[in-house]
Design a binder for this molecule. Structure first.
Ligand code: UDP
Length: 237
């Protein structure tokens, strides 16, 4: 390995952890991703992970329920994913800490920025759970927020079923075109559905580079960390 980054935030959607099952947690997928994370951690890259929860629940999808309550359920889903990923990493002897944005001290540390940074300096993997702790936000926004707070070099967004950002949904439109490079303002202007506008704006305002790539094939996280040009690279300009 020849990493080009020192400190990264890896964003894994809930779907990415569901593997072929499509929902819930697929332990084979967890172990596959955990093995890759171990390789990256072994060479001294400081790696933190923001996990989504869409494999269990998405707050905005439940029309009948109070939105805040629905988002609380969504955030709890991210905690389940975080614990499953921690379990996978610990099976491989990777020291891992879960920090939750919602206090649940029996099962996870509270999110404390300085402590998270200390863990990273000690080469522990840090998993950020429970999103930002606030309803009406997403885990993409969480990734942008945590990356800014811990001064990460880059946000790596591992996507399931797609290997970058396209001008239209490649699953629906076979002639959809993939972008190699984009700016944040392009994402907003073109209305690309890769991230919500809150997350996009936060990355743009704080000049955090982002790489969107596919996570279905083994080795892609390592490739991106090594600087191999895959996926779509997003920068401020
Ligand atoms: N969520 C929230 N606040 C946050 C992050 C997440 O309320 O700061 C809730 C929201 O309901 C969201 C769900 O948690 O739909 C799961 O997160 P997300 O949809 O971002 O997961 P992903 O699509 O990455 O799997």
């Amino acid at each position: 390995m020849n990493p080009i980054y020192k400190r990264v935030v890896l964003k894994l959607s809930g779907e990415a952890l569901a593997g072929k099952k499509g929902s819930g947690i697929d332990t084979d997928t967890i172990m596959r991703i955990a093995k890759e994370i171990k390789e990256i951690q072994k060479v001294g890259v400081e790696i933190s992970i923001v996990v989504g929860g869409g494999n269990f629940w998405r707050g905005a999808n439940s029309k009948e329920m109070d939105r805040t309550t629905s988002d609380h359920i969504g955030m709890l889903g991210t905690v389940m994913n975080a614990l499953a990923l921690q379990d996978g990493l610990e099976k491989l002897d990777v020291i891992t800490r879960v920090q939750s944005a919602i206090d649940m001290k029996q099962i996870a540390e509270p999110y404390i920025r300085r402590r998270a940074v200390r863990h990273l300096e000690k080469k522990r993997v840090v998993i950020f759970a429970a999103g930002t702790g606030n309803p009406y936000f997403s885990t993409d926004t969480t990734a942008a927020l945590r990356a800014a707070e811990i001064e990460a070099d880059v946000i790596l967004v591992g996507k399931k079923g797609v290997d970058g950002i396209y001008d239209s949904d490649p699953k629906i439109n076979s002639s959809a075109k993939k972008f190699e490079n984009l700016t944040y303002i392009d994402i907003l202007n073109l209305g690309l559905g890769v991230m919500d506008s809150t997350a996009t704006s936060l990355c743009m305002d704080n000049k955090i580079p982002l790489i969107v790539f596919g996570i279905d094939d083994t080795g892609t996280i390592i490739d991106v960390i090594n600087g191999k040009k895959i996926g779509t690279h997003v920068k401020e300009d």
